[in-house]
Design a protein around this ligand. Structure first.
Ligand code: 26Q
Length: 838
């Protein structure tokens, strides 16, 4: 018997006609804030002044803020429902949210009030902030972009829903042991998460495995159903997302895997109690851990399970919400629903929507296909063809047999279309096909492009490369489908919150409108000649450097010299991002200083970021940074002028401490390889000058701030392509540049590897052999450009002018702008104006 029958069903609604009082909008004055904080402390946390820890104080505060968000959430959502708005669903395997406390307080417009309220009970807001664990449900740029989009969507008033997975373990914690990365689990939910609301009744079954059955429906038509499946339930957890001072609250809905009762009970009834419980845990593993990126997809069955699990649950929720209104016609689907795929990770949602429409709702194929294409949009985040996701057909078909059939049919029709247009071009058909017959794999990008009406890159250069190379065949078959939406960042988190000193100075100079309308920063240009502004600008940066140095000392135990230039490269460790180029330059400076040369300005070079656990080369680079840093610190003659430090466990919260202190921002990827970058925007918005290649969004940042206000170097994307085609070898560059040769010889000499000889030999071998990322080709240009930066830094007034101009011209890199473009050009939704506002 189903265990459920013996309990009241939590999804049942009571049979009486309901009339709840409307949620009150509580006041945001100090006494009310203290009152509701105390309420949460006593009644939810269950502590008093004798027993409450600082964490309890934080928790009561977070809960009392969430209460205020919920009041606004009900109003927003009922407005959406009443006006039957078109909704945008952003499907992403990653949401790198970081902390929520201060952002919610600032977006409520109640910072001072909350500070005062906490003071009354004996606490400081800034201290409490540190008790919140980062929600690190993402790896890097792609996940953080999703988080910035959530905040911006709420701020500009889009009916926008983030959908993803509530991983129990987010991105691993990085420890440095003996100079090397060691991964530790991120058990972020250990103490509970006060921001989420568990929806025990929002429970959707998700099917796996099983087989296909043909049957005849009541009308005698041939139909297909998917049977004998193993089912898992997806349970929803909602996090309210508040817009900046606009009372709009959207939601982020994350799914957790829960075992299905039927699945357990067969074994349970057979008397195998322990096995039944084990299976339950096995099923719930689906939402256990975030995957780090990996070049080896084969065998990662759990990753594919995650993708389908959350796509299926999300579509059930989307379709349920769509059909809730009486008299709905399927024709309306594209007028009410837009689904954006954050990379190909949720691309299985395309065949899943087809399955729902064709099998469950019995629409005919071509009608269902038209609806599907009209609904989906796909964002690509990589130009590297080898990084495009593929799945082995055999295990895809075992896990999702019906979806493979559907993909086969989509593929058949696609091939037919290609053949009709290019009758003799079989190579083209194979390139564009979704099924790679030769390797027996599914090409998810081809599926995503075919199933979407709009495909976009994340920076101009990136989109051009997609159109001209990676997806050229698709651009030709579907002209106009690929467009550009240059990434952005939310100015509320990345300036207003992270850098209160600079924010206050900007607001004092041009007023506060820039927080909600970043283009207003251009007003700063008028004050560029103001000596006292420049002076105060420098004081703010200096204070931020001191703050960061204190933090670094406290957490990692080393001294950073705030009188040196803070030269920062923080991002995932990857060869194409060329942290190694940065280290080679540092080693060169070290050698030169040892020889008696004096640099124009002292520098502290800081490198931070995580390496994928299986990425051996990236881990070796981290090791090198740590070892070289130690050697430099141990040489007093050098250490006066130069420091090299690794910033461990880089994540959202430590980024908020680093960018405000950053003076020189390293954006030095091999041209043509970084899709966009967003750290480049975060640093520039905080007054850093960029040293970078003409890659990703650097190109547009340069266009905005002017080439005279940046340090641009290196081969351009077409030049890199040329070098590659020519088969240019690194040896020509090494021969032409004795200093480069010397740096590599230093690596070969073993001075960096006293403990384990040979550790860095592979790096030297790579540089002399197959230098795929063109470190050697760009080395000279990089060193020369660094010299310009050093000289520039000494001209304090000029540097400050450039810094102010960088900030003044960053307006277009607000994710508010990005979202408006998606809304207008891809989703066709208009920002709403709340009727019940105020
Ligand atoms: C793939 C398969 C299996 C497991 C993990 C993955 C995986 C996970 C994450 C693959 C890629 C990612 C993340 C990619 C990413 O962050 N890309 C970055 O996206 C940013 C936002 O558009 C850009 O600014 C960066 O240039 C781009 O590198």
């Amino acid at each position: 018997m189903d265990e459920r029958k013996s309990f009241p069903n939590p999804t049942d609604h009571p049979p009486v006609r309901r009339s709840f009082p409307l949620p009150t909008l509580h006041e945001l004055d100090v006494p009310s804030l203290v009152d509701s904080w105390a309420h949460r402390m006593y009644y939810s946390v269950g502590k008093d002044e004798y027993t409450a820890t600082s964490w309890d104080v934080y928790k009561a505060l977070a809960l009392s803020i969430r209460d205020r968000l919920m009041e606004r959430w009900f109003r927003t959502q009922s407005d959406y429902y009443e006006s039957d708005v078109k909704r945008v669903y952003y499907l992403s395997l990653e949401f790198l949210m970081g902390r929520s406390l201060l952002n919610n307080i600032l977006n409520l417009g109640a910072y001072t009030k909350y500070s005062l309220a906490l003071e009354q009970v004996g606490y400081r807001l800034e201290h409490l902030e540190e008790y919140e664990r980062d929600a690190g449900l993402g790896n890097g740029g792609l996940g953080r972009l999703a988080a910035c989009f959530l905040e911006s969507a709420a701020t500009i008033g889009l009916p926008f829903y983030g959908y993803g997975i509530r991983y129990e373990y987010g991105i691993f914690n990085q420890k440095i042991v003996d100079g090397q990365q060691v991964e530790a689990p991120d058990n972020w939910l250990r103490n509970g998460n006060p921001w989420e609301v568990a929806r025990n009744d929002a429970l959707f079954p998700v099917k796996f495995f099983g087989r296909i059955e043909h049957y005849k429906d009541e009308g005698g038509l041939d139909r297909i159903r998917w049977v004998d499946t193993q089912d898992v339930y997806a349970m929803a957890f909602d996090t309210p997302i508040l817009g900046y001072k606009n009372e709009i609250v959207n939601s982020l809905r994350l799914w957790a895997a829960r075992s299905s009762r039927e699945f357990d009970l067969s074994k349970f009834n057979a008397g195998d109690y322990v096995r039944a419980v084990e299976d339950k845990n096995g099923t719930e593993n689906i939402s256990k851990v975030l995957y780090p990126p990996d070049d080896q997809y084969a065998g990662k069955e759990l990753r594919l399970k995650q993708q389908y699990f959350f796509s299926s649950a999300t579509l059930q929720d989307v379709v349920r919400r769509f059909l809730k209104r009486k008299g709905r016609k399927w024709d309306e689907l594209p007028d009410k629903v837009a689904i954006q795929l954050n990379d190909t990770h949720p691309a299985v949602a395309i065949p899943e929507l087809m399955r729902v429409l064709v099998d469950d709702h019995r629409l005919d194929w071509s009608y269902a296909w038209d609806l599907t294409q009209a609904v989906f949009g796909y964002t690509n985040h990589t130009v590297l063809p080898e990084a495009l996701e593929t799945w082995p057909m055999d295990f895809f078909s075992r896990l999702l047999p019906r979806h493979l059939q559907i993909i086969v049919e989509i593929d058949r029709r696609l091939r037919e279309a290609v053949r009709t247009r290019y009758p003799d071009d079989t190579a083209r058909v194979e390139r564009m096909a979704i099924l790679d017959d030769k390797n027996q794999r599914l090409k998810m990008a081809n599926l995503a492009i075919t199933g979407s009406h709009a495909v976009n890159g994340v920076a101009k250069l990136h989109t051009d490369i997609l159109r001209e190379t990676t997806f050229r065949d698709f651009e030709e078959l579907f002209p106009g489908r690929i467009s550009n939406k240059t990434n952005g960042i939310t100015p509320r988190r990345w300036l207003f919150k992270a850098n209160p000193g600079l924010s206050a100075l900007i607001s004092e100079t041009i007023g506060t409108a820039w927080v909600g309308d970043l283009e207003q920063l251009s007003e700063l240009e008028k004050f560029i000649g103001d000596v006292s502004l420049r002076e105060r600008w420098r004081e703010v940066k200096r204070a931020n450097k001191v703050t960061m140095a204190h933090w670094y000392k406290r957490v990692h135990g080393f001294d950073l010299d705030p009188d040196s230039m803070f030269d920062v490269q923080v991002k995932r460790i990857h060869e194409y991002k060329r942290q190694l180029l940065n280290v080679l330059h540092v080693i060169l400076l070290y050698l030169r200083i040892r020889d008696g040369w004096e640099p124009s300005a002292p520098r502290t070079v800081m490198i931070g970021g995580k390496a994928a656990p299986s990425y051996v080369v990236a881990k070796r680079i981290i090791h090198l940074v740590n070892v070289a840093g130690k050697i430099i610190a141990g040489d007093p003659k050098v250490a006066k002028h130069l420091g090299l430090f690794f910033l461990p466990n880089y994540g959202v919260s430590c980024a908020e401490k680093i960018f405000p202190a950053c003076e020189l921002s390293e954006q030095i990827s091999t041209a043509g390889m970084e899709a966009s970058g967003t750290g480049n925007m975060k640093a520039a918005l905080n007054g850093a000058l960029t040293i970078g290649t003409m890659d990703g969004a650097n190109v547009e940042i340069c266009d905005a701030v002017g080439i005279d206000n940046m340090f641009i170097f290196g081969h351009t994307a077409p030049e890199i392509v040329d070098l590659r085609n020519r088969g240019a070898s690194s040896s020509e560059y090494i021969k032409a540049n004795p200093e480069l040769d010397r740096v590599i010889r230093e690596l070969e000499s073993g001075v960096f590897e006293k403990a384990s000889p040979g550790t860095f030999r592979p790096i030297a071998e790579m540089l002399r052999g197959n230098d795929y990322y063109f470190h050697c080709a760009d080395f000279n240009l990089y060193v020369a450009c660094q010299e310009r930066a050093s000289d520039g830094y000494v001209d304090v007034e000029q540097w400050t002018r450039m810094s102010i101009l960088n900030v003044a011209r960053m307006g277009r890199f607000s994710s508010d702008r990005t979202l408006r473009q998606y809304a207008e050009e891809i989703w066709h939704v208009k920002p709403i104006h709340l009727r019940s506002r105020g």
